[in-house]
Design a protein around this ligand. Structure first.
Ligand code: NA7
Length: 544
């Protein structure tokens, strides 16, 4: 007689998905608050996107010391080796944090959550993983980030290629030997730009497939000696406070004036000054109207175009990479940082294929055939991005009240959230660095701390009040969505095709994925919601 398998259910106060900045911070906060909490992660170690994105050249575009937690026990004992740390330093940082905060004992790696079902009778989430674990938990914290679901081109024959074909964020842990190889990089987002330039110094022959030109800023990289710090340790506490109050979660924000308040000479001098900073300042620390009026935006583009064209020799490349006609508003697609991306195209072994001029027809056994010719490759790298922002949530089968599917809900009109942190119809489900929050317009760790603290406070308040569940109201959610859209449509964001608006994924509804209104007003919204008895939510189930 066969025995019946009895599944062991692990009872929790909270289950967190994702071992990036948000998940790690949440685990620490909740454990300190006395909760029985576990973190599950599909990868084999901490790091979130830095666990996955280990392609040559992968590095963070937020300059040190912004991209780290603000806890003194961490920054007092950590030294950044570079102003823009690479993926190996970032993983080392996560290992350091995990040790300091003793996180490993509460983390399950190589564990992929397949479903999360709200059990209305018990006020619990029943969460199952692919490897057969089951959790019953009061809170479900889906800190899956904005780049958790890869996007592939739908090219014919893509499986027939006999060489190595890989998505940039599934880079092999055993580093492939690319010396002398013929390599294709598809995509020119921040990944494609970093990857292509780094590979250009390693491979035999490089071909970049471009659909839309990137408009990157020159990166002012600095190597720090052991006794050198980006900001003196004695000033870091203040630095982190300033960071938490900045519009973008950085210690800087827009200037207090519009583009045309300066004379042309002063404007150019100002652009030059911002450019020299070698970080996001030329994008996020510029004139207030840059992302809001076409005339102001064009001035920023003109300056960028002149700088870029001066770095290119070939007139055809100048036109493809830095077109005379502005391709889209500057800053309304994620602005990459680079250090030699354009110069590499002056080399005879680096080629650019414009897929608008010569579209890809198919992938063959030997390479890629465009309408012009077949190009042979040893390696094809797909830097083609993600089902950004929502993909991490929608690829898990999440079902709320009445069995309603989150994926179906998002499919109807794009992301629907209340305050970019919860979803009507999905009680006790919160997420950080996700849709309709500042997320991609906010320095990651700043957002992780701000939202993680707010979520922990909700849980503390419910525990104190003896309430079992909290859920956002449909009407409040509708108001928040309208506000997010209103802010987006007051800007130039919708005029660019980008993942900020949900573009690039076939069938995905076009809607603003992010809240562009800045961290101060976002914080104010969260704060006033909490201080007004969690206005916009309702509660169910008393424990006492
Ligand atoms: P992105 O920013 O989504 O970039 C993907 C790139 O791939 C982008 O240039 C796309 O062109 C291009 N793409 C996508 N599909 C194709 C096809 N079929 N053919 C040619 N080119 C294609 O992803 P990244 O990985 O660079 O960056 C993700 C985020 O990670 C980044 O913004 C940071 O927040 C961290 P398009 O522009 O859509 O025309």
């Amino acid at each position: 007689m066969g025995s019946i398998e009895v599944k062991k259910v692990e009872e929790l106060d909270a289950l967190i998905i994702g071992a990036g900045f948000s998940g790690v911070y949440q685990l620490k906060r909740l454990r300190d608050g006395g909760y029985n909490v576990k973190l599950v992660e599909a990868g084999s170690d901490y790091g979130g996107i830095w666990y996955w994105n280990r392609y040559p050249g992968a590095r963070v575009d937020s300059h040190a010391p912004h991209y780290q937690f603000s806890a003194p026990e961490l920054w007092q004992n950590w030294h950044w080796k570079q102003r823009f740390p690479d993926h190996t330093q970032l993983r080392a940082y996560f290992r350091f944090v995990a040790e300091k905060w003793d996180l490993r004992k509460d983390t399950y790696f190589d564990t992929y959550v397949s479903s999360a079902i709200w059990d209305e009778a018990q006020y619990k989430w029943i969460i199952e993983t692919k490897d057969g674990r089951t959790f019953r938990t009061t809170f479900f914290l889906a800190h899956t980030g904005i780049s958790a679901s890869r996007q592939y081109p739908d090219w014919k024959g893509i499986d027939s290629f006999k060489g190595l074909i890989v998505h940039s964020s599934y880079w092999p842990h055993d580093e492939p030997d690319l010396k002398g190889k013929r390599v294709a990089v598809v995509g020119t987002g921040s990944t494609g730009v970093q990857l292509a330039h780094t590979l250009s110094t390693m491979v035999g022959d490089l071909t970049v497939f471009q659909r839309t030109p990137a408009l990157p800023i020159y990166m002012g990289q600095v190597d720090y000696a052991d006794d050198e710090e980006p900001v003196p340790k004695s000033e870091l506490a203040k630095f982190f406070k300033d960071r938490s109050e900045g519009y973008w979660g950085f210690d800087f924000g827009f200037l207090n004036k519009g583009t045309f308040e300066d004379t042309e000479a002063d404007r150019l001098a100002n652009y030059e000054r911002l450019w020299k900073k070698g970080d996001f300042t030329y994008w996020l620390g510029t004139y207030t109207d840059m992302m809001f009026t076409e005339e102001a935006n064009y001035e920023a583009y003109k300056f960028w175009r002149a700088k870029t064209r001066a770095r290119l020799n070939d007139p055809r490349l100048k036109e493809l990479l830095a077109p005379t006609k502005q391709p889209y508003p500057f800053g309304c697609k994620r602005v990459p940082l680079e250090r030699g991306y354009f110069e590499m195209f002056n080399e005879p072994y680096v080629h650019l294929v414009d897929v608008n001029e010569t579209p890809v027809v198919e992938v063959t056994e030997k390479g890629i055939r465009t309408t012009e010719k077949e190009i042979e490759f040893d390696v094809i790298i797909l830097a083609t991005g993600f089902d950004a922002v929502t993909g991490g949530l929608t690829k898990v089968d999440i079902r709320g009240i009445g069995g309603r599917s989150l994926k179906d809900k998002f499919q109807e009109r794009g992301p629907t959230t209340y305050c970019g942190i919860s979803i009507a119809g999905f009680p006790n489900l919160f997420f950080s660095y996700g849709p309709q929050s500042p997320a991609a317009f906010c320095n990651g760790p700043t957002c992780a701390e701000l939202q993680g603290n707010w979520i922990a406070d909700v849980m503390n308040n419910l525990r104190r009040a003896g309430i079992r569940s909290i859920v956002a109201d449909e009407a409040s959610e509708k108001d928040w969505i309208e506000h997010v859209e209103k802010v987006a449509y007051a800007s130039l964001l919708p005029k660019a095709k980008s993942w900020y608006m949900g573009d690039g994924v076939p069938g995905k509804p076009r809607a603003s994925q992010m809240y562009l209104g800045g961290l101060p007003s976002y914080q104010e919204k969260l704060k006033s919601c909490a201080s007004n008895g969690y206005k916009g939510f309702h509660f169910e189930g008393l424990t006492v």
